[in-house]
Design a protein around this ligand. Structure first.
Ligand code: AMP
Ligand code: ZN
Length: 115
């Protein structure tokens, strides 16, 4: 998956602002922020979407992603006022980058439905 843009970010081949990383997860600022705080939290492993996650991914990687989100929300001061986690999956889900990622958005009032 050498052409995957998020794999390139994981490998340090594309410059970005990394706010968190561990052995399974990397989090960085979205290049086109939709909120005062807008991060993307991704697995180091290339997984196309949540629909492509294996049982092993669900058991090992998703908990690491949500642990990172919880840590980041606290660190960025979002936990008290609240925040939004978004995962777009596939064409109708609005996914544009085919490497599993969770958006962490905060710092403003979110609306519902999301459109
Ligand atoms: P999605 O539409 O859910 O697939 O989200 C993909 C997100 O990746 C969008 O919010 C883009 O702004 C973001 N994005 C694309 N390329 C980069 C990049 N090089 N660095 C940071 N964020 C990016
Ligand atoms: Zn990838």
């Amino acid at each position: 998956m050498s052409e995957c843009i998020f794999c390139k970010i994981v490998k340090g081949e594309i410059p970005t602002t990394i706010l968190y990383e561990d052995d399974k997860v990397v989090a960085f600022k979205d290049i086109n922020p939709m909120a005062p705080s807008h991060l993307l939290v991704i697995p180091r492993k290339h997984i196309k979407s949540i629909a492509d996650a294996t049982d092993g991914d669900v058991q090992e990687i998703l908990p690491a992603i949500f642990k990172a989100i919880n840590h980041l929300a606290t660190e960025l001061g979002l936990s008290e006022e609240g925040f939004r986690i978004v995962n777009n999956c596939g064409k109708q889900g609005g996914q544009t980058v085919d490497h599993l990622h969770f958006h962490l958005l905060g710092g403003r009032q979110m609306m519902w439905p999301p459109g």
